[in-house]
Design a protein. Structure first.
Length: 103
């Protein structure tokens, strides 16, 4: 078995144990206010971090290109409470238009 497969298996076992640890937490711990608030905010923070990395990086470099304009358009449409499909289409259209104009 290669080292890559050992790493894949170790990652799978680690994920399973992490999930099992989450299920083994007593309900008294989960009923605390700060735990509930933290659990509600962690997915939002992780998603925001993933979006920031995908929009503003190109490998190890920080870049500001049409993706940032698309994200800005999405934010504006979200503030205006546009439907989700319109937000996605508007972000894609603004990024595509900027790429077309920039060459």
């Amino acid at each position: 078995m290669s080292g890559l497969w050992l790493a894949v298996l170790a990652g799978g076992v680690g994920c399973y144990l992490l999930k099992l640890a989450g299920l083994a937490v007593p309900p008294a711990v989960l009923d605390r206010g700060w735990v509930r608030r933290t659990a509600d905010l962690v997915p939002v923070a992780l998603l925001a971090a993933l979006v920031a990395v995908q929009v503003a990086s190109d490998g190890p470099r920080l870049v500001l290109d049409a993706r940032v304009a698309g994200l800005g358009a999405a934010v504006v449409l979200l503030v205006l409470r546009a439907p989700f499909l319109l937000v996605v289409a508007g972000a894609a259209a603004s990024a595509a238009l900027l790429r077309l104009l920039a060459g």
